[in-house]
Design a protein around this ligand. Structure first.
Ligand SMILES: [Zn+2]
Length: 281
């Protein structure tokens, strides 16, 4: 199998070659990260490093890109097999580790062109945000809102736009996300009422796969945009995405008032941000 055979159907529309040297670090290989990784290899991205310490559980399968035959396998091993099945040219590196306890994390980030941030908790997101700001490495984070009513994608672009801490400050000051909460922030009693499931399962995957898929598609597009921004030549048929933050509503549930609602925002660096407002030379 060579490039010609693998990419025959997409090569005329997409500059596969320009993206072939990009290195993508996927932090979190659940339904979100797995979906983004699969979309990326199907776009011709070859070099991926997968980070996730978890094993695929029976309840994951209904939303994950890996099916029943991978139950009990480490998510990184299962996902590698699925990625190679789609693109035999993919070069996958696996790290079944806890990202919070992984010491060479900064150098790992520095080795990559862009980070796909797809974990399900705030501490890991803010750790990656800090290290990416320090090393000036782009990252894209996707989050799905409670019950899959919608979600958001934020793209950190070094030199151009704010960071994840800036975004949280802006959201705190506005009513923008009033009434929308991530599943992490919902009380135990509410979780039990809504799902009757174990907390860990809910945190992994709020909503149906179809709801999560909208977010993973935007997530993937922003990752491709981050890679495109690092290239000397602009890839064909890929206009830049000017905004760095997007909120998507799947259905008319507060605060959304219709199906498929989109809000686009350009988030500038916020003065006094503790993470990114260091004096730049
Ligand atoms: Zn900031």
């Amino acid at each position: 199998m060579n490039n010609e055979e693998v990419f025959a159907r997409i090569q005329k529309l997409f500059d596969v070659e320009l993206f072939s040297e990009a290195k993508v670090l996927v932090v979190g290989c659940g339904s979100g990260g797995g979906g983004v990784a699969l979309q990326l290899v199907m776009s011709g991205i070859k070099h991926l490093t997968l980070v996730d310490k978890d094993v695929l559980e029976p309840a994951n399968v209904i939303r994950h890109v890996c099916g029943r035959r991978f139950i009990g396998a480490k998510k990184v091993d299962a996902l590698e097999e699925v990625l190679l099945d789609r693109n035999v040219l993919a070069d996958v590196r696996k790290l079944p580790v806890d990202i919070m306890k992984f010491n060479p994390l900064q150098s790992l980030i520095e080795e990559h062109t862009v980070v796909v941030l797809a974990t399900d908790n705030e501490p890991t997101r803010f750790l990656i945000n800090e290290l990416c700001v320090q090393t000036r490495t782009p990252f894209v984070v996707g989050r799905v809102f409670t019950r899959g009513i919608g979600g958001e994608v934020f793209s950190y672009r070094p030199k151009n736009g704010g960071c994840l801490a800036c975004l949280e400050r802006v959201l705190e000051r506005t009513k923008f996300r009033n009434g929308i909460r991530e599943i992490d922030l919902v009380s135990q009693a509410e979780r039990d009422l809504m799902y009757g499931l174990e907390v860990s399962e809910i945190k992994d995957s709020p909503g149906l796969n179809v709801d999560i898929s909208f977010i993973t598609s935007f997530h993937t597009r922003f990752v491709l945009e981050s890679i495109a921004a690092t290239l000397a030549e602009r890839p064909k048929y890929m206009e830049p995405i000017p905004e760095n933050y997007l909120v998507w509503g799947n259905r008319p549930s507060h605060p959304f008032d219709r199906h498929f609602q989109i809000q686009r925002i350009t988030l500038d660096p916020q003065e006094g941000c503790q993470v990114c407002s260091r004096k730049e030379e």
